[in-house]
Each structure stands twice: as C-alpha cells, then as structure tokens.
Design a protein around this ligand. Sequence first.
Ligand code: AP5
Length: 214
Amino acid sequence: MNIMLLGAPGAGKGTQAAKLVDAYGFAHISTGDILRKAVANQTPLGLAAKKYIDAGELVPDMVVIGLVKARLQEPDAEKGFILDGFPRTVIQADALGRALQELHKKLDAVISIDVDKGVLIKRLTGRRMCAQCGAIFNVVSQPETGNGVCPACGGSLMQRDDDTVTTVTNRLDVYERSTAPLIAYYRDKGVLRRVDGNRPAESVFSDVRAIVEG
Ligand code: AP5
C-alpha cells in the first residue's frame, strides 16, 4: 500500500509514519529526514538546502523532486511506501503523479492530519528528536524526556534548529500558502482521507490504521 501523509508542520506526520513502519513495514520516505541527513553530512545537497531549512522556507522543487524520484525506485519501496513531507507544492504533486505513472505505481490514500494552529506551535517548540535512533518525543506531553536522554535507546535528545518560534511561524505561513492547496488537489482526485490530529497519537493512529486496513 502506498500512502501520503499530508499536514502542517507538527501535525504528527513523522509520529504516524513511525507507527505505520512498525505495524506494516512500509518504506518511510521523508524529504525532511533526507535533507537533514544531507545537512549533517555536509554534502553538496545539504550545503545548498541548509539556508532554506533554517529560514523555514521550502527547498527548490526540482531538488526535492529528484530526490523522491530516486528514492521511490529503491527496492524497499516495492513493499509499499509512506510519503511524509512530500509533495509540498502543486508543482511537486504534479511531478509525483508523473513519476508514479512512469513507475507503474499509484497512491492508495492521501491522509490529511488536521491540527489546530495553536496546538502545532506548542508541539513544535516542545519537540525533541533522538540524535541516535531518530525517535520523536515531546517535552511537554512526555516530561520524562526533559532530562535529554532518549527513552528508546539512551541517545541524546536534540531540538531541531528549525523548531524556534520565529522559524516555526514562517513554516506555518509557508504551509498555508504552498501546501494547504494540496488538500483540495487530492480531494479532487478522490484519494483524500481526513483524520482529526488534535487527539493523542494513539487515537490518531487507530483512524490511520482503519484507513490502511479499510
Ligand atoms: P519536515 O521535516 O518535513 O518538517 P515539517 O513538514 O515541517 O513537519 P515536521 O517534521 O515539523 O512535523 P510532523 O508533522 O512530522 O510532526 P511530528 O510527528 O514530528 O521539513 C523540514 C524542512 O525541510 C522544511 O521546512 C523545508 O525547508 C524542507 N523540506 C522538507 N520537505 C520538503 C519538500 N517536499 N519541498 C521543499 N522543502 C522541503 O510531531 C511534532 C511534535 O508533536 C513531536 O514532539 C511529537 O512528539 C508531537 N506529537 C505528534 N503527534 C502528536 C499527537 N497526536 N498528540 C500530541 N503530540 C503529538
């Protein structure tokens, strides 16, 4: 099954993707993760992407389209994939449609995770990620992570550079302007499903699971 998770920054795309990977073993294709890894490794892609990520702006379409096209052709995508953070513009969505056609693949569901703006800001500024295993936590809803140690693997919990209030505010504006129109885009294609993402992650996941298994 091939799924896209659509939603604002902090909606819980990465959190739900991790649960889907655990439950079904789908390949997780996160453009944010690919770009952050490139930044950490100081590759040419990372050096080019860093200024956009730090400012909360989108990396140019042609860069991310090329990355995703290549990633979709890796062997693990055969067993089903989850797109997380891609597409983010209509140009990217059109390019994805063409790429999937060329690869004889299709999207089974586009799941929009809907969360109120005030909740998003709190979630993003409280987010911590494990530098070692990549697990996602929140110091507000999971106070036990306030000691900076990953409960899953014992690694160090870090705050993402783009989770400051100023950058988060810009990311939410960019989302409204460039990405929110994709909700109507995929509704018109008949593949859109919506879930209320304001609830605890496990409740959101039971709706996501119902879509996957429905
Ligand atoms: P990216 O990494 O894709 O970030 P994003 O879309 O802004 O989304 P986030 O990762 O911030 O949030 P999420 O929805 O995954 O939430 P999470 O599960 O972590 O992109 C980063 C940057 O890379 C972009 O700004 C851009 O520069 C660039 N980029 C990436 N893709 C691109 C593209 N296609 N084109 C151009 N540029 C691109 O959860 C957030 C927090 O909330 C966590 O603390 C979590 O524990 C908590 N939480 C999650 N769910 C719940 C819940 N149900 N209840 C309570 N807390 C919850």
